[in-house]
Design a protein around this ligand. Structure first.
Ligand SMILES: Nc1nc2c(ncn2[C@@H]2O[C@H](COP(=O)(O)OP(=O)(O)O)[C@@H](O)[C@H]2O)c(=O)[nH]1
Ligand SMILES: [Mg+2]
Ligand SMILES: [Zn+2]
Length: 360
């Protein structure tokens, strides 16, 4: 039996803990792999012997977008023609957004991510609400968020922009880069560690930054089409690329609208200063509105908290509650359906026992 440590997977993040959790699969003769991309019922995996295209074992939960294999997953590959991805290892972190359809399910964008780089272009007006939403998503995932302000060469005052973003990103590093001049790329490389995923709208400069970090033009980039800053969707799929200083990069296609999914804790962390202020409110269930003794309103009155932050916080809390209610409704419906199926089977059993069976 081969219990060798797959050195070739170390640049992709393989470590002793993964080796440990893989032991049962080693005994079955399976090989450790990292999933680079999943499409059309197949996947690209990195094996100790290089990349391979594999089929998905029908036993994998492919129907559930929250549990289906995705970029960044570690798994076990069964040799064959084609090789088959037979199982997934438990995820350390998962970036989950609400799936497009009905938003009652979560969809995993990437698994086992250590650092979420939120790309924000300084070329266009700062969309702080979007940054806050992505920060909540990132905190919820268990990964560490970093805001990367891109295209510094296109901004009249990058420092002022960085200060504004920092106010909307408590607890997160904010770095400023320009791929055009090379400014800040070394700082970004130093803070973006482990498995790094680039998130942000199309045209934000994710792939360009990715290439600067990779030290090679491996990712396709696209010119911004027009003045509204909407880019073309140049990045069509997620990929897994080892970084020269260690770590792995996952580029993503631009995310236009990202819905939160079950992200209450992520929202709390993204608005940590409001949560902290709320500790000082007179009422434990203060709505931070017109209640007497509200420490949050007092901070706003004193100019210590931008009112925009409270609005944004409220919006994301409400959105998250709405989606939680919908997914609760879906679970209840699934339970009811299961019950219907069970009682139907029982009725059929009763009919059989009742002698209506014609003896076939
Ligand atoms: N001036 C300038 N342009 C940039 C910079 N980074 C990216 N761009 C341009 O912005 C456009 C979109 O970049 P891209 O990396 O494809 O964005 P993505 O959609 O987020 O991957 C491309 O035309 C890039 O050349 C930068 O630092 N400075
Ligand atoms: Mg791109
Ligand atoms: Zn209050």
């Amino acid at each position: 039996m081969n219990h060798a440590f797959p050195q070739a997977l170390v640049p992709y993040g393989w470590d002793a803990a993964l080796q440990q959790s893989f032991l049962p699969f080693t005994e079955d003769g399976l090989v450790p792999v990292r999933v680079a991309a999943v499409d059309r019922g197949r996947c690209d995996v990195i094996t100790p012997g290089g990349p391979q295209r594999a089929a998905l074992d029908p036993a994998l939960p492919t129907g559930d977008p929250a549990a289906a294999p995705c970029t960044g997953d570690w798994g076990a590959l069964r040799a064959g023609d084609p090789p088959v991805l037979a199982a997934l290892l438990p995820r350390r972190t998962a970036i989950v957004r609400s799936a497009a359809s009905g938003a009652s399910r979560g969809q995993v964008l990437a698994a086992n991510v250590d650092t979420v780089a939120i790309a924000v272009s300084l070329e266009t007006r700062l969309a702080l609400g979007r940054v806050e939403r992505l920060l909540a998503l990132a905190w919820e995932s268990g990964a560490r968020p970093v805001v990367v302000l891109t295209k510094a060469d296109r901004s009249p005052d990058p420092d002022a922009a960085a200060a504004q973003v920092a106010e909307a990103a408590p607890g997160a590093d904010v770095v400023t880069v320009s791929a055009a001049t090379g400014q800040g790329v070394d700082v970004a490389a130093a803070v973006l560690t482990g498995t790094v995923v680039l998130l942000g709208p199309s045209g934000a400069g994710k792939s360009t930054l990715g290439n600067a970090l990779l030290g090679a033009d491996l990712l396709a980039t696209g010119a911004v089409r027009d003045a509204d800053g909407k880019g073309r969707h140049t990045t069509v799929r997620r990929e897994l690329l080892p970084l020269p200083g260690g770590g792995v990069l996952i580029d993503t296609p631009g995310l236009r609208g990202v819905g939160l999914f079950d992200a209450a804790e992520g929202v709390q962390r993204a608005f940590a200063e409001i949560e902290e202020l709320a500790e000082g409110c007179r009422f434990g269930d203060c709505g931070h509105d017109t209640e007497p003794g509200c420490a949050v309103q007092a901070a706003i009155a004193a100019g210590a908290l931008p009112p925009r932050r409270l609005d944004s916080y409220r919006k994301l809390v409400r959105e998250n509650e709405r989606i939680a209610a919908r997914s609760d409704a879906r679970l209840a419906a699934e339970r009811a359906n299961r019950w219907k199926t069970i009682s139907k089977a029982q009725r059929q059993g009763y009919r059989m026992r009742g002698g209506k069976d014609k003896g076939r």
